[in-house]
Design a protein around this ligand. Sequence first.
Ligand SMILES: NC(=O)c1ccc[n+]([C@@H]2O[C@H](COP(=O)([O-])OP(=O)(O)OC[C@H]3O[C@@H](n4cnc5c(N)ncnc54)[C@H](O)[C@@H]3O)[C@@H](O)[C@H]2O)c1
Length: 302
Amino acid sequence: MKYVVVGGAGFIGSNLVDKLIENENEVVIIDNFSTGKKSNLNPKASVLELDMSIIPNYDKIVNCMKGADTVFMLAAKARVQPSIENPLEYEINNTIGTLNILKCASDAKVRRFVYSASSSAYGDSKVMPLVETMRINPLSPYGAQKYYGEVMCSVFSHIYNIETVCLRYFNVYGERQNLDGAYALVIGIFASQLLSGKPMTIRGDGEQRRDFTYVGDVVNANVLASTSKNVGNGEVINIGNGDNRSINQIADMLGGSRVYIDPVIEPKETLADNSLAKKLLGWEPKQVIENWIPGYKKDIGL
Ligand SMILES: NC(=O)c1ccc[n+]([C@@H]2O[C@H](COP(=O)([O-])OP(=O)(O)OC[C@H]3O[C@@H](n4cnc5c(N)ncnc54)[C@H](O)[C@@H]3O)[C@@H](O)[C@H]2O)c1
């Protein structure tokens, strides 16, 4: 089977590419390497290097999608804080980019489009766990842009002939997570600080809680979302472990000194109700962060 992974040089996308190739599929990656890395590329995948948000790239994108069963859409400028500093740049990349890729997939007659959505759409809910039917209330341009993609997926399934499904990921961690600068997530930031002999910087009191979800489980959710007969009409499905840990607990697991710095505007807690993923996709998370961190520390020399 042929698949296209948009954002296949990134953290989650490259793990998905590896799984698809392990399952003996043909994979085409579309990526502009803005945050993705050449070192993440699977040598068995072919690569189309371009910016998905530039409309004149439409023909090249449609051509490479022809004959594909599913397009997995993982490309985005994918971080909350930089989107607050550069909302316009993020807007063009994330909303126009998503729309362009959706239109290309539809015009190339791809059967299904699996969209990477984000738990950031929920904002700071006081009610836990987060259920897909809850009010959307993003706290950042990034969160709003990711939500726009969900809406467009639903629109495309209704007015064009393409099946869509949206997976709302909760904090993803795992192999190839970024350690660099603004694009790192909390575990990567802490790891890189510890490796350079600095204390871990914790924002606020560190009691904010996140539903940490393993990248391998997110990859499995994508594969199931591509094949499940229960989806295809723009369904929105939480992909989260269904439990959460505080940032202080993550710092305890990594071990080392820490400093507390000013808080930022962010949700106090995220926690996924993942029953819809279990029901519609037959998905079950298999990893927990306490079991993963010791091997990670060893791998990176901590
Ligand atoms: N990592 C998480 O915790 C998390 C949580 C929720 C949702 N998501 C979503 O999952 C997806 C993947 O996230 P990630 O953590 O792997 O991010 P990442 O930054 O590692 O990967 C994104 C990839 O998209 C590429 N890209 C960005 N803009 C592009 C453009 N205009 N044209 C072509 N390629 C472009 C980047 O080069 C990169 O390879 C994103 O859509 C993100 O919003 C991630």
